[in-house]
Design a protein around this ligand. Structure first.
Ligand code: 13P
Length: 287
């Protein structure tokens, strides 16, 4: 069922679990994520970066594919299609293309400008029925050309943005896109606690879900995180499974070169990763 992320995240916040945002890159990724959510009777958010949207030949291709796939596969669990780290213009393009959820990443603007642009998108999303994620304090590392310095958000600025009426709020708390370095200091739970105390019921979003230890995930959920983004981990497990298939010489046996066979182990690896995350985040059975 194609629906925006508002109800699923409010339910998650109340129920003390988190809905995964799984970033998609192509048909195989999308199908693997949707089938796993359906199998586990869990809500899911499909994330699309601007780079991934371009790769898939445009946001309209993505929106049409996701909607057709929900129909074609008979997916009944809630599915949100969400722009990840959007620019202001990217947000408007996704609204036009038929996405039902967007993230405006204004974290690199001075706070006054972030507030002004977010306020405008709150108005547009309310009118059109989309959910909206805003961000305060950049997420560290690099994702599809979006490079963040990795700041810890100011809780008062988080409250200012939350009060604009966004659906969910991402705040930098020492999290990083991609693999975490050996000397990573971990998540800043004092900051997260302060943010949640000021923002109350507002569902909070944790980016950089790849490689965060299980106990930190559980702690973050206890402190109000209701959406956790996972991208790199699916890419890593997909690549490892594909490498295994080719290194075993399976593409050279019979019709093993057929893309529907060659990409099969990678698809199974994505499914296993999504299942692991849904189990860890407590999303299983929450559709
Ligand atoms: P990872 O690539 O570290 O899992 O982060 C994903 C993310 O935060 C998408 O916005």
């Amino acid at each position: 069922m194609y629906e925006n992320a508002k109800a699923m995240l409010e339910k998650a916040k109340k129920g003390h679990y988190a809905v995964p945002q799984i970033n998609i890159n192509n048909l195989e990724w999308t199908k693997a994520a949707l089938q796993t959510a359906q199998e586990l009777n869990a809500p899911i958010i499909l994330g699309v970066s601007e780079g991934a949207g371009k790769y898939m030949t445009g946001f309209k291709t993505v929106a049409d594919m996701v909607k057709a796939m929900i129909d074609g596969l008979g997916i009944t669990v809630p599915v949100a299609l969400h722009l990840d780290h959007g620019t202001y213009e990217g947000c408007l393009a996704c609204i036009d293309a038929g996405f039902n959820s967007i993230m405006f990443d204004g974290s690199h603007y001075p706070i006054a400008e972030n507030i002004e642009k977010t306020r405008e998108l709150v108005r547009i999303c309310a009118e059109k029925g989309l959910s909206l994620e805003a961000e305060v304090g950049s997420i560290g590392g690099e994702e599809d050309g979006v490079i963040g310095a990795g700041e810890v958000a100011d809780p008062k600025e988080c409250k200012q943005i939350a009060d604009l009426g966004v659906t969910m709020l991402a705040a930098g708390i020492g999290n990083i896109h991609g693999k975490y370095p050996e000397n990573w200091a971990g998540l800043d739970f004092d900051a997260l606690d302060a943010i949640q105390q000021l923002t109350g019921d507002k569902p909070l979003v944790l980016h950089g879900g790849t490689g965060i230890p299980d106990d930190m995930i559980a702690h973050a959920i206890r402190l109000g995180v209701s959406k956790i983004n996972v991208n790199t981990e699916c890419q890593l497990t997909f690549a490892a499974a594909t490498r295994g298939y080719i290194e075993a010489g399976k593409d050279l046996q019979g019709k093993g070169f057929d893309p529907r066979k060659l990409l099969g182990p990678g698809v199974e690896a994505i499914k296993a990763t999504v299942k692991e995350k849904m189990t860890l985040f407590g999303t299983v059975g929450k559709a």
